[in-house]
Write a protein that binds this ligand. Sequence first.
Ligand code: OGA
Ligand code: MN
Length: 293
Amino acid sequence: MAFTLNQISPAGAAEIIGLDCSKPVLEQDFAALQQAFHQYPIICIRDQHLEPAAQAQFARLWGSLESQDRSTYCHPDDNDVLILSNERRPDGSQVGIVDAGDFWHSDSSHLPDPCRITMLYSVKNPLQGGDTEFINTTQVYAALPDELKRQIEGRNAVHHVSKTLNPRVTISAEREAAVDYYKRREKETKPVVQPMVRTHPETGVQALYISPRFTIAIEDMDDAQAQPLLDELFRVMFSNPAWRYTHKWRDGDLVFWDNASLNHMAGGGYSYPDTRRMHRTTVAGGKPFYRAA
Ligand code: OGA
Ligand code: MN
């Protein structure tokens, strides 16, 4: 293997040094990367210089890319790359998505086939803040009391994209027309059910698959019972710092993560004109499922 891999957090993060993702990746290097990704659901490849097309090409090694539904924020040089940014043009319009990931979530769990891998390439870091936070939900699941496991195994939770339906989140004031957007989504979008315990499609390992951002109810369970159960699961999820990793971005970091094994969140803590800009690519995934161990 041509690169060095160091664990950077016991919550499942590793850094890779000595790999240039803008060049074709050798077969044996890619096999080593895949193996590392089974062990570490958060991988940071340091010191990259990636044009949008090169980033998309590296992402495509992992599977087909998702089409971007918020096309106004696609990168003009490559439609497979979405811009996350708080930058504004001289006319005041936003360059990228400004509130991406502002509550704990697993990417697109509100869709029937959520994205499998998310990749962010750090183009510009703010002077302060701008971290990305992760919680390893495989570790959370493993630590759940048996009584809680028994209550959720084989059950489905209800996920919805609209923040207006979810009392656990609020709508960012920084995003233009966000209330209208989420009200429209509330009417137009059907909820999706997902297994509360998700079996990893490649390793078979179980993870807790709910999030404060997208999970609003439990299928076939009254709210009187379901909401306290969700609250208790979220309490456990956030109870142990050992399951948590905060990524402090360095220039040139390319970070990718496994949405079947983690929740994550943008940490915020910066404001315009201090700017943060990320280029994002997402690899499509299959339908989440539960298989008894
Ligand atoms: C995302 C996301 C967090 C961040 O891109 O899916 O949640 O720190 N981003 O930008
Ligand atoms: Mn996200």
